[in-house]
Design a protein around this ligand. Structure first.
Ligand SMILES: C[S@@+](CC[C@H](N)C(=O)[O-])C[C@H]1O[C@@H](n2cnc3c(N)ncnc32)[C@H](O)[C@@H]1O
Length: 397
């Protein structure tokens, strides 16, 4: 789907960076075979110099790259392992280039396996190897995976992807067959699980919240409901930019405990305007949430609750808004044609691993549920390119 909106650089890179399989699929087979050159970083091209490629007879641009897809988990783990041992930070601290001996010393890993990891990262273009054998950071790695960079989102990838969703996704084939799997409520009854997830989400959502402020004019709004607001990233960023706005966040208790710490780190004029309310959006919404709000935000929650709870959630948001108030639904969504984009589709699938009875979202079915809840003037647009979308409706005046 063509995106006509200006996207923040972090969102663009996030869309590119999260799924290594995308990169493999973009490597045209004809380049490798016709040119006789193996394309660096591509499983397809490397094995295709002199023979028909197993599992990739047709062009990866129009057909599945079977090996690239099946082996993409190896690239993911290379990235997560590098983040776990602070490899990119060590290179940055060495001035942007380091020898393997420097990295052995810095990581405390002197065994040959560190070279194996570094070689894999160079093959993935995360690192560049000079003819003299020193390793430097690629532009994306330096900007997005080095902790001192303002655009760093390595903790989101390391913690939520590497330590949590990676593990949950292993159960997907079984969950697909049985419909039995964990739920957010059960997972987040464990304080450590909720804390890790929420810290990671904060690292991932701050930039996205900034993008939302570029798309929606919150000026003049006085009160917001942030349903399933997690770390408070959206409430914090929107309240920072809109000094008259207050926000109430409905969340599971263990998530509130972590989120309240992030809120407390803000200057008093922001932190005083954000309050957590403990509960589940699947139960009766607590009266502490208040009413007659100007805006209700439901970000990444519609895919996190059972499909038959979504209409009820939108109806409850409708009841809590003033006439003319906005419901903003932000979620992983595919296009209404239900054939992509890939990252939106895979993220929706990933949610099956933690919400087996969830619904695959796209603007038409979200808009339909919002219309049935009473909203009008429903509009949608892309948010994180090829991954998430916004659907916004208004309560009639
Ligand atoms: C991916 S996080 C998104 C957090 C936040 N909205 C954001 O965009 O940064 C999904 C959040 O939904 C919350 N959630 C899921 N089911 C919920 C429920 N039944 N009641 C309240 N929150 C829920 C989770 O606790 C989690 O914090």
């Amino acid at each position: 789907m063509a995106c006509t909106l200006r996207l923040p650089r972090v969102a663009r890179s996030l869309a590119r960076a999260v799924c290594p399989a995308t990169r493999y699929q973009l490597a045209p087979l004809s380049t490798a075979v016709g040119g006789g050159q193996a394309l660096k970083g591509s499983v397809v091209a490397t094995s295709s110099r002199f023979s028909q490629v197993r599992g990739a007879a047709a062009s990866p641009a129009t057909d599945i790259d079977i090996d690239g897809t099946a082996y993409a988990f190896m690239s993911s783990q290379a990235l997560f392992s590098a983040l776990e041992v602070d490899l990119f930070d060590h290179i940055a601290k060495k001035g942007g280039a380091a020898q393997i001996e420097d990295l052995q010393q810095a990581t405390g890993i002197s065994a040959p396996r560190l070279q194996i990891l570094v070689t894999a990262l160079a093959a993935m273009n995360a690192l560049k190897r000079s003819p003299e054998g020193s390793y430097s950071l690629s532009a994306n790695t330096e900007r997005f995976l080095v902790r001192s960079s303002k655009d760093f989102y390595g903790d989101y990838l390391r913690l939520q992807m590497g330590q949590q969703f990676y593990r949950h996704m292993q159960a997907l084939p079984q969950i697909m067959k049985t419909g039995k799997g964990p739920t957010y409520e059960k997972l987040f009854a464990d304080p450590a699980e909720a804390d890790t997830y929420t810290k990671a989400q904060h690292n991932g959502s701050l930039a996205t919240a900034g993008s939302l402020c570029k798309r929606v004019d919150f000026s003049g709004m006085k009160s917001m409901l942030d349903i399933g607001g997690g770390s408070g990233a959206f409430s914090i960023v929107i309240c920072r930019k809109n000094p008259e706005l207050t926000s109430r966040i409905l969340e599971f208790p263990e998530v509130c405990n972590t989120g309240e710490k992030f809120v407390a780190e803000e200057p008093a004029d922001v932190s005083e305007r954000i309050k957590y309310v403990r509960g589940s959006c699947l139960n009766e919404w607590p009266t502490d949430l208040g009413e007659k709000h100007d805006v209700a935000l439901i970000s990444y929650v519609s895919e996190s609750v059972p499909h038959d709870a979504i209409p009820m959630m939108y109806e409850r948001a409708f009841a809590r808004l003033r006439p003319g108030g906005l419901l903003i639904v932000h979620s992983f969504m595919v296009d209404d044609s239900l054939d992509g984009p890939l990252l939106g589709a895979l993220w929706s699938l990933q949610h099956v691993a933690v919400n087996a009875n969830g619904l695959g979202l796209h603007p038409a079915n979200v808009g339909d549920m919002m219309t049935k809840a009473g909203f009008e003037n429903i509009k949608n647009q892309d948010m994180i390119r090829k991954m998430t979308k916004l659907v916004i409706g208004q309560k009639p005046m």
